[in-house]
Design a protein around this ligand. Structure first.
Ligand code: TXA
Ligand code: MG
Length: 328
């Protein structure tokens, strides 16, 4: 997929906004981020305000290269260096011990900090022009679907963000894999764009993946990545029947039609044909959820893919999208 390369003047403008304590939405290979100067507690505070995110939920600090790691963290185990050397720039976030440069506002008060080098030319150009670290959560309101285009960001945040850098549609489409790398034996905190199999191949050992319901850290709640429509997950072979039943009962049903049933006629309000390739599915996932919301669906019937490769991250996001929601 072609990547849009932002103009140099836009990069300079975005770097200036960061220096002035403003917020910049920036493209990464995973999803768009809502960025602020990582060393400016007031700017970091604005991120939480704009997102409506509880201040205890830690952010990711984006840096321009693996060689900058020691500027931000301390006591880096050899395993963490191996992972950084192998996967950066890329969709891998390492949780490590916080260095003094990282304000507690960015870590939700934790003595650890999440760090990554994004693999996107526009993000890297911004980090180079700015010079410092950029804290950036996904550029969506708290709990809702992450944005994968600049238009999604504008629809989510409007004027609350000072500048939107357009870097085209995100290539990976789901967030980075978060690995707790503070000890010699790392563990996966959130599945994402780097697969468990790829990590295991580099580490030469199997990795633990937490159950979806298990909240390891603030910011990993069961209901997350959720569209407005309620999401219900069923077995793949039941998707069509359940969707048609719900539609008959008066719902406006959006269907994620599994690739194995491609071409099936479904009597529903809107149908998304799920791609057979997990890379294509991950890239499209949030756009599909947004599209069904835009079509006015109140219910989405989907199934989870096999939990291998990128399927693990897709299943995780779908489970969270279907998770219990607060009663309001
Ligand atoms: O791909 C991504 O990771 C995107 C792009 C913009 O880089 N960012 C992203 O950020 O997904 P966010 O804020 O939506 O999710 C970051 C998650 C937090 O919810 C939290 O669970 C975890 O990272 N996290 C951050 N700091 C942590 C820490 N010190 N210990 C454990 N988990 C941490
Ligand atoms: Mg997020």
């Amino acid at each position: 997929m072609a990547r849009v390369t932002a103009r140099t003047s836009d990069i300079e403008k975005a770097a200036g906004v960061l220096r002035a304590g403003g917020l910049v939405a920036l493209p990464t290979e995973t999803v768009y981020g809502l960025g602020a100067d990582a060393e400016d507690p007031a700017a970091v505070g604005r991120i939480f305000q704009v997102k409506g995110r509880p201040p205890s939920h830690p952010l990711i600090v984006h840096i321009g290269g693996a060689e900058q790691l020691d500027d931000w963290v301390q006591d880096v185990p050899a395993t963490a260096r191996r992972l950084a050397g192998h996967f950066w720039p890329g969709p891998l976030t390492l949780v490590l011990r916080r260095g003094p440069r990282v304000p507690l506002e960015a870590t939700g008060g934790l003595e650890t900090v999440a760090v990554r080098v994004p693999d996107h030319p526009v993000a890297l150009a911004l980090l180079a022009a700015f010079g410092g670290g950029v804290t950036a959560p996904s550029a969506n309101r708290f709990g809702s679907v992450s944005p994968t285009t600049a238009d999604d960001v504008r629809a989510e945040l409007g004027d609350a963000v000072d500048f939107v850098l357009d870097g085209g549609p995100c290539e990976v489409g789901v967030e980075s894999t978060i690995v707790d790398a503070t000890g010699e034996i790392p563990s996966i905190l959130r599945p994402g764009g780097v697969t468990r199999e790829d990590l295991e191949a580099v580490l030469g050992r199997p990795l633990e993946v937490p159950a979806t319901s298990h909240v390891r850290v603030p910011g990993q709640h069961p209901s997350h990545y959720a569209p407005r429509a309620r999401v219900v997950l069923v077995e793949p072979e039941k998707v069509v029947a359940e969707a048609e039943l719900a539609q008959e009962l008066g719902h406006r049903v959006g269907v994620f039609l599994p690739a194995a049933f491609a071409g099936a006629e479904v009597k529903a309000h809107a149908v998304v044909a799920v791609p057979g390739s997990m890379a294509d599915y991950a890239r499209g996932l949030y756009g599909f959820l947004r599209k069904l919301d835009q079509r006015g669906c109140d219910l989405i019937i989907a199934s989870v893919p096999a939990q291998e490769g990128l399927g693990l991250a897709i299943a995780n996001r779908l489970r969270r999208a279907a998770g219990p929601r607060p009663i309001v």
